[in-house]
Design a protein around this ligand. Structure first.
Ligand SMILES: Cc1ncc(COP(=O)(O)O)c(C=O)c1O
Length: 380
């Protein structure tokens, strides 16, 4: 039987109470009319002429070419398109790992990803170090390596923490993986930060020959409805194995999604620039709000993503507070217990705020008000 997807269940139970959604990890969804308004004449003419037949099972050549342009030295042959990043990861893992192969996953991570690994075969978890702004514990990771280990899965920039990987840790991790001939897979769906900002690291496929980048348009581009994701991998045999897995799931991407995905990628700087701006403003607003309520929250460091996961200090704990927040103030945010896993300890005293939406600032105003009322009640 499949394990419960705690995050999905929490949303299902509470979404109808939310007037302010601070739970989403994706950036502000772009209306289709805005996306089409960015298209040049060539793309508009392709869009109008698009037929609705089956497309290339690997993703249209012109879409893979547009994706390849985002990776230094990559070609369209090194890309496999899938229906979203999660399908991409599932196809890759299915293609790479045999039943006896051991995998290591760095947690916290999107629950379906670690479920996927555990349902398949032996898996160990290595937790990020909370006290050091979520740095990777390379000693613990090295200790988890077995003779049968074949793959390390990570998600940087990370959800729920918002953390980036420290560039020194990344280079040490690559050296470790190289010594043990391990595949290093990074779910890069939150790679939103500017190239110039501190802590930015290139896609893993550019840094390591056994590095595999998973990405898509759902998060940083705010286009989850397109269901456009991909794998970038230098190894033709691994991509072919992933392709075999994909054939069992769906024959191809939807043609209209491929075309819209191409328009988004060709206008990436406009779309990402808008989303970064929204995320930055909301990050700064959240910091202002939380620094006014240090009796209830420890704000923690900011991040380059549209996510933040501060520690909640109130007596009832983060889960009970999140439930009260949505019931009494209509603000939906995610308690960190939704990322718990049997593989390693994940802190339960935090709340993840999704800061990608343009409507988030009204929710942060309401949060400010609600926290003031809560502090006043505590003092009374
Ligand atoms: C880290 C991570 N990877 C993948 C996904 C799923 O992405 P997609 O909708 O493109 O399948 C999510 C969704 O929340 C996520 O948080």
């Amino acid at each position: 039987m499949r394990e419960d997807f705690a995050l999905g269940s929490f949303l299902e139970e509470h979404r109808h109470l939310a007037r302010h959604d601070l739970s989403a990890s994706e950036c502000d969804p772009l209306p289709m009319s805005d996306l089409l308004a960015m298209a040049d004449e060539d793309d508009l003419s392709r869009w109008r002429r698009l037929d609705l037949g089956y497309t290339d099972p690997r993703g249209a050549e012109w879409l893979r070419a547009a994706i390849a342009e985002r990776y230094h030295g990559a070609s369209s042959r090194e890309i496999l398109c899938c229906a979203g990043a999660q399908e991409a990861l599932a196809c890759l893992v299915g293609g790479l790992l045999g039943e006896q192969d051991h995998a290591i996953v760095i947690v916290p991570i999107y629950q379906p990803s670690e479920h996927l690994l555990r349902a398949r075969g032996p898996t160990s978890g290595v937790k990020l170090l909370e006290g050091t702004e979520w740095r990777l514990d390379l000693n613990r990771l090295e200790a988890a390596i077995r003779p049968s280990t074949r793959l390390v899965l990570m998600n940087f920039p990370n959800s729920p923490t918002g953390a980036a990987i420290d560039p020194r840790d990344l280079f040490d991790l690559i050296a470790l993986c190289r010594r043990h001939a391990l595949w290093l897979v990074n779910d890069e769906v939150y790679q939103l930060a500017d190239r110039a900002s501190p802590g930015w690291t290139p896609p893993i496929v550019e840094l390591y020959d056994r590095g595999v980048s998973i990405n898509g348009l759902s998060k940083a581009f705010g286009l989850p409805g397109l269901r456009a994701g991909w794998i970038v991998c230098r190894d033709a045999a691994v991509l072919a194995a992933a392709m075999r897995g994909k054939s069992a799931l769906s024959s191809c991407l939807a043609g209209p999604s491929e075309m819209l995905a191409r328009i988004a990628l060709r206008n990436a700087e406009t779309v990402l620039g808008r989303n970064r701006q929204i995320a930055r403003e909301n990050q700064s607003r959240l910091r202002d709000v939380l620094t006014r309520h240090v009796d209830l929250f420890a704000p923690g460091a900011g991040s380059n993503t549209a996510l933040s996961m501060p520690r909640y200090l109130g007596p009832e704990g983060a889960r009970a507070f999140s439930e009260r927040l949505v019931r009494q103030a209509g603000i939906l945010a995610m308690p960190s217990c939704l990322w718990t896993t049997p593989l390693a300890e994940v802190p339960r005293d935090r709340i993840r705020f999704g800061l990608g939406g343009s409507g988030v600032s009204a929710g942060l105003d309401r949060l400010d008000e609600f926290l003031s009322e809560a502090s006043a009640r505590q003092c009374a």
